[in-house]
Design a protein around this ligand. Sequence first.
Ligand SMILES: NC(=O)c1ccc[n+]([C@@H]2O[C@H](COP(=O)([O-])OP(=O)(O)OC[C@H]3O[C@@H](n4cnc5c(N)ncnc54)[C@H](OP(=O)(O)O)[C@@H]3O)[C@@H](O)[C@H]2O)c1
Length: 368
Amino acid sequence: MPFRRLGPSGLRVPLFSVGGWLTLGGSVVGDTVKDIMRTAFENGINMFDTAEDYQKGEAELAMGRVIKELNWRRSDIVISTKIFWSHQPGTGPNDTGLSRKHIIEGTKACLERLQLDYVDVIFAHRYDITVPMEEIIRAFNYVIDQGWAFYYGTSEWPAERIEEAHHVATRLGLIAPIAEQCKHNMFHRERPEKEYASLYAKYGLGTTAFSALAGGLLTGKYNDGIPAGSRFATVDYFVGSTETNEGQALVAKVRDLSKIAEELNTTPTALALAWVARHKSTSTVILSVTSSAQLLDNLKALEVLPKLDQTVMEKIETILGNKPEDPVRHLCMCRELSTFRSLELSLALPQPTYGRPPLDVHGRQPFS
Ligand SMILES: NC(=O)c1ccc[n+]([C@@H]2O[C@H](COP(=O)([O-])OP(=O)(O)OC[C@H]3O[C@@H](n4cnc5c(N)ncnc54)[C@H](OP(=O)(O)O)[C@@H]3O)[C@@H](O)[C@H]2O)c1
C-alpha cells in the first residue's frame, strides 16, 4: 500500500482507507465489520474514517469494538472522525454545528463511543455560517491541546472559508486545518479540481476523497438494472436516481468506461478508484464496502494506477466530457468577483439549517 502525507502535515496515510457511512454499524453489523476491518489492515489499510452522526453513533461504536477486539497497537492505526451533527436522543440547538460547545462536547462523545483516548484527525463535517471563524479555530486547537486529536480538517467547506480559516489561524498563531474531506469522482469534479486549486498550491491542502465510486454507480453494477440489496435499491437518497434522464446518461457513460476497463484488463471499479487516487492532491481515497470481497476487488485499483497514462486519461476525458475549466483562468475570474462578495451578502442568502431553527441575518431565531 503506498502512503502519502496528509496534506502539508507529517502524517502518512494509506492511499486507500476505509470509511463507515451507511455501512459499518448500519448495513454491515457484527462479525462482518470485523472481517472488513481485518482484511483492510492485512492489506495495508491502517486508516479508518467515521463521524459522530454515522448511523446515529453506531458506526463509531462498531469501529471502537473491533479496534479493541483486534487488539491493534494504537500507533499502528490512523482514525479520523467528524463533528457537526449529533443524533443522540435529546438533540438540542447546541448539539449540531461548530460552536465551541459542540466541538468540545461532540469530540468527547466520539472518543467515548470509539473507546479511544484520541483520534488522529478530526474533521469539521460542514461549514457553520453561524459561528465566528475564530471560535471554530480556537475550539479545534483546544481539542488538539487536550490531546484528543493530532490534526484537524474540514469537510465540504467552500474554498473561501478554508482560506479564511488559514488567515485566522495565522493571525492567532494557531494550527490551521490540514485536509479537506470532499466528494471526488468521475462525475463530481468542480470543487476538488477547480474550486480548491489555489488551496492545494498555497497551503498544500490534501484531500481525503469520498464517494469515489459515486455510491457504487461507477462499479458498473447498475449497468443492467438495480441488484437487490444494493445501495440504489435500499437507501432512499439513491433509490430511483438511475431512472431519471440524468441518471440514465451517467449509466451510459459507465458502460463506455467499462469498455476502457476491459481494454486495461481490469474492472470499472478499479478504474474509477485509480482515477481519483491519481489526482495530485488526493492524500487518501476513502472506500466504503459491504463485504471483504468488495474491499479486495477495490484494491485492484493499485494495479491500474500505473496504466493511467496520458492516452488512457484522454480516452476517459472524452467519455466524461466534464473537465472543469482551467483553474488558473477560474482564479482570475474569482478575483474580479471577490469585490462583490462579503459575509453580509452570504448571510443574506438562504443557508442550510441542518435541522436547527433558521436564524435571521443578525443571528436571531425569528419569533413564530
Ligand atoms: N465527509 C462527508 O461528508 C462524507 C460523505 C460521504 C462519505 N464519506 C466518507 O467516505 C466513505 C466512502 O463514501 P461512499 O460510501 O459514498 O463511497 P463509494 O465508494 O462511492 O460507495 C460505496 C458503496 O458502493 C458499493 N461498492 C463498493 N465497492 C464495491 C464493489 N467492489 N462492487 C460492488 N459494489 C461496491 C457498496 O454499496 P452496496 O454494496 O450497498 O451496493 C458501497 O457501500 C464513507 O464511508 C465515509 O467514510 C464522507
